[in-house]
Design a protein. Structure first.
Length: 229
């Protein structure tokens, strides 16, 4: 089975983990997955000892597929996380150009439309506000406004092609910003699923190890195989 198949098999149970039950990652997800896969092999050798003290043997059988489900969830989250970090780096470069273009347009519009009160009112409204999202919106609105009233811009020898650049820049920056911002409060669906899968696997992992500590309390060689690092 693939990791995705493992996830699909466990998806309903993973999703059912409640928010207040989620355990914060104390070891990396991939390390827990690898540890649980090893635990499944070791515990399978001692399955009779586990069942002899009342443990449900299916716990051992659940370790490997649930570890696969966690690997899938981790890969999904890391793909999203890396895309967000790349977008943040791209934004730090591209946004500088956006702010420069915004400043250039506002300076030219303020002069070109200075004798047109109705248009200047629109320019002043666009000038209000600050921040990244505001800049992206300004570029769109300035591009539209300039195309609606091109003559005063032409009179001051303003290059009207810049208006198309402004609108296209707004569009591209909006896409970068959306990815860069992501879910800043940690509520990303893929991250939540990863955390839930981690919690579910960790609880089963701990349960098997708890039985092992009881069973092999006087067998140092066996006992050390069931110590979670």
């Amino acid at each position: 089975m693939s990791f995705q198949s493992d996830f699909e098999l466990w998806e309903e149970k993973i999703d059912a983990v409640k928010a207040d039950e989620i355990i914060e990652l104390r070891i990396p997800a991939d390390e827990l997955a690898a540890d649980s896969e090893t635990l499944a092999i070791e515990a399978a050798k001692d399955v009779e000892a586990f069942t002899a003290v009342g443990m449900d043997a299916t716990l051992i059988e659940q370790l490997k597929p649930l570890a696969g489900a966690l690997r899938f969830c981790q890969a999904e989250w890391m793909g999203e996380y890396r895309a967000q970090k790349e977008a943040q780096q791209k934004w730090s470069i591209e946004s500088v150009k956006g702010y420069e273009l915004q400043k250039h347009l506002l300076r030219n519009f303020t002069f070109a439309y200075r004798k047109l009160p109705n248009v200047m009112k629109k320019v002043r409204r666009i000038r209000e506000g600050s921040g990244n999202a505001d800049m992206v919106q300004d570029l769109l609105e300035l591009g539209v406004l300039g195309q609606k009233y091109p003559d005063p811009l032409t009179d001051i020898n303003f290059n009207l092609e810049v208006l198309d650049v402004s609108r296209s820049t707004s569009h591209s920056l909006s896409e970068i910003l959306a990815i860069a911002n992501g879910d800043s409060d940690g509520s990303s669906e893929s991250k939540v699923l990863r955390d839930k899968a981690y919690t579910l696997l960790l609880n089963i992992n701990r349960e098997v190890r708890e039985y092992a500590r009881f069973i092999f309390w006087d067998n140092p060689d066996k006992k050390k195989k069931y110590v979670l690092s």
